[in-house]
Design a protein around this ligand. Structure first.
Ligand code: PMP
Length: 361
């Protein structure tokens, strides 16, 4: 050891071994950045105005996001207390896991799924139980039920699944809930819900109304369909007492007044924003169809991204895309996730993907 090395405070071993979250590579100005499932459309003028007119910068925001929660409660026909707002849905996942699971407890989720899950579970001190996806890149819900033990406190279900694309169906989810102990929290992460076109997909808002399960919390975000990723705002719908536990763990005042104002303005402009979502879903379907035609085995794509299983070729293929000015997300040894971006990116992605697939055995 270097004698000059300073003595540093002790860090919990499970944190010291955690990788620090990094975004995909930064894109050159003229590249298509298709690595973070962002919305390619610029904000609507009305949303920008709302951000500029939001409360003064020297004042704290409304910690309870009251107007936005009232608005969402009215939209979904639930009590205001059944709505909770966070600085992105990722912070809501963190709060819910912290509220329910700690050292000695288990959190079950499908793998591969959203990259933040393992980190957030590790931070809570709980043990992650990863259940492999099926061969067609879907959640294996019966296997997830089989993974439940008396130590299970939380199950995360991601629909559509990031990064692979398929949804969980309503019937599958209802059967799953029947099999899961009622005292286990089920987080239904629906970050990409608005892009779903499969008629049999689970819809958390419908599940909560229909099945009335107090152990289910549905999560949505303004980052993807509504294009507010930079402002960090998402929401949870669930049982008020469960959400109170999440509220108890939150970092106070982390949802800015600007984010709350933008979310409200986005709900005002929902019709126009959902037209953009429909355009993105149409591009996605064109992309998936073209990739399949080129020989790719693309799982059902229901978010604003497609999954290219590339195995050991993943990193080389990501490099080939980058050389053509397309930044994609590479999951080493597994596959590439390509977000659905600008209209002009569709043809370009198809061209590069068709040329690299020929090198696959
Ligand atoms: N859940 C899933 C499945 C995601 O892919 C993401 C973003 N990549 C999030 C949650 C978090 O989104 P945000 O914090 O921007 O709301």
């Amino acid at each position: 050891m270097d004698d000059d090395a300073p003595v540093l405070p002790r860090i919990r071993p499970e944190i010291a071994s955690l990788p620090v979250y990094r975004q995909g590579r930064q894109a050159a100005a003229d590249a298509f950045k298709l690595s973070s499932n962002e919305n390619p459309f610029e904000p609507l003028p009305g949303v920008l105005t709302a951000v500029h007119e939001a409360a003064e910068l020297n004042r704290y925001p409304d910690a309870m996001a009251t107007r936005l929660r009232e608005r969402l409660a009215a939209r979904y026909g639930v009590a205001v207390e059944a709505v909770h707002v966070g600085a992105g849905s990722v912070s809501l996942i963190a709060q819910l896991i912290l509220a329910a699971a700690g050292p000695g407890d288990e959190v079950v989720y499908a793998w591969r799924s959203f990259e933040a899950y393992p980190t957030l579970v590790a931070v809570s001190g709980a043990t992650a139980i990863e259940v492999p996806l099926t061969d067609d890149a879907r959640h294996d819900l019966p296997a997830m039920v089989a993974a439940v033990t008396e130590r299970t406190r939380v199950i995360l279900v991601c629909s559509p699944n990031n990064p692979t694309g398929p949804v969980v169906t309503h019937d599958e989810f209802a059967a799953f809930l029947d099999a899961v102990p009622r005292d286990v929290m089920v987080i239904l992460d629906e970050a990409y819900a608005e892009f779903v076109t499969a008629p049999d997909a689970v819809d958390g808002m419908r599940v909560l109304g229909l099945l009335g399960r107090p152990n289910v919390v549905a999560l949505r975000t303004f980052s993807k369909a509504f294009g507010l990723a930079a402002l960090r705002i998402g929401y949870a719908i669930g049982h008020p007492r469960v959400l109170d536990a999440a509220r108890a763990t939150m970092i106070p005042l982390s949802v800015t007044a600007q984010a709350q104002a933008a979310a409200l303005a986005s709900l005002d402009a929902e019709g126009a924003l959902l037209e953009r979502v429909a355009a993105i879903a149409e591009r996605r379907d064109r992309l998936a169809a073209g990739l399949r035609e080129a020989g790719w085995r693309i799982p059902d794509a229901q978010g604003n991204f497609v999954w290219l299983p590339a195995g050991t070729h993943t990193e080389a293929f990501a490099e080939a895309f980058a050389e053509e000015g397309i930044i994609v997300r590479a999951f080493a040894g597994d596959g590439l996730r390509v977000s659905v971006g600008e209209e002009e990116s569709v043809e370009k992605v198809l061209r590069v993907a068709a040329s690299v697939v020929r090198t696959l055995p």
